[in-house]
Design a protein around this ligand. Structure first.
Ligand code: NAP
Length: 255
């Protein structure tokens, strides 16, 4: 593995499992100092164990707590003395009904975690990011790009993240900060594992018509690392589907 991120420091939210864990470990393996944030103590500690040999610090925090983003960034700055990359990955899923099935509390919760926390984490991190060279990677979703049944809060939160990516680039791109998003398709993580293996409707609607089948967290982590690299220096304000061909096709295999 290259050491292209030696001397750089990153915050990764939602790093206790799935895509966040894979991304934190990927950045660390390429030399970055990583400040890993999550709610889940044991699983976050396990991520740190897996990063053995790297400069890896953890913090328990709920990113949806309004005071948390400033505290997270301050703690990362104290730990590493610099901040180069912010990976806004923490999020919750939200299927189970349409707009008429969605209560205010459920709506507010998913917007708080999946969208408002992304805004606040970005606001807290931006003053510290180097110009040029700072990188922000948001994790959006294919469900923020097309209409799909159920989960209006999830869809709206992820579409909001996609548009925040473009808007923030209009404000900060000229300063040399790359802000992009990844829109994963079906990735096998603790969030989706049950649906992938047990939900016949999800298998039919999502997996069967993904030409390349189910993806793995490393498929997203590799793209996140690329977006943090200087090879992606001229990519800005993009929402990049990493979905095995789900969005770009109307794939329906003949049995
Ligand atoms: P995951 O396995 O559930 O990992 C997400 C991590 O974030 C979990 O450890 C989760 O803890 C944590 N988290 C949730 N809310 C938090 C909060 N308020 N503060 C701090 N940490 C919090 O999910 P994943 O599949 O890796 O998802 C990562 C991101 O990718 C999410 O934004 C998700 O929407 C997006 N995404 C995933 C897929 C997919 O197919 N997996 C597809 C498109 C987009 P808890 O488990 O306690 O909630």
């Amino acid at each position: 593995m290259s050491r292209r991120f030696a001397g750089k420091a990153a915050i990764v939210t939602g790093a206790a499992g799935g895509i966040g864990r894979a991304t934190a470990l990927r950045l660390a393996s390429e030399g970055a100092q990583v400040f890993a944030v999550d709610l889940k103590e044991a699983d976050l500690a396990e991520t740190a164990t897996m990063a053995y040999g790297s400069s890896f610090t953890t913090m328990l925090a709920d990113v949806a707590d309004r005071t948390a983003p400033e505290r997270i960034v301050a703690a990362a700055m104290q730990a590493f003395g610099r901040l180069d990359f912010l990976i806004n990955n923490a999020g919750i899923g939200g299927r189970g009904g349409s707009v008429t099935d969605t209560g205010d509390d459920g709506w507010d919760r998913i917007i708080d975690i999946n969208l408002s926390a992304v805004f606040r984490m970005s606001r807290a991190a931006l003053p510290h990011l180097p110009r040029p060279g700072g990188k922000i990677v948001h994790i959006s979703s294919v469900f923020g790009m097309v209409g799909f049944p159920e989960g209006p809060g999830y869809a709206a939160s992820k579409a909001g993240v996609a548009q925040l990516t473009r808007q923030m680039t209009a404000d900060f791109g000229a300063q040399g900060i790359n802000i992009n998003a990844i829109a994963p398709g079906v990735i096998d993580t603790p969030m989706t594992h049950r649906a992938i293996n047990e939900d016949a409707w999800y298998q039919e609607a999502m997996i069967k018509n993904t030409p390349m089948g189910v993806g793995q967290p490393d498929d997203i982590a590799g793209v996140a690392a690329f977006l943090c690299s200087e090879d992606a220096r001229y990519i800005a304000g993009q929402v990049i589907p990493v979905d095995g061909g789900w969005l770009g096709t109307r794939y329906w295999p003949r049995d």
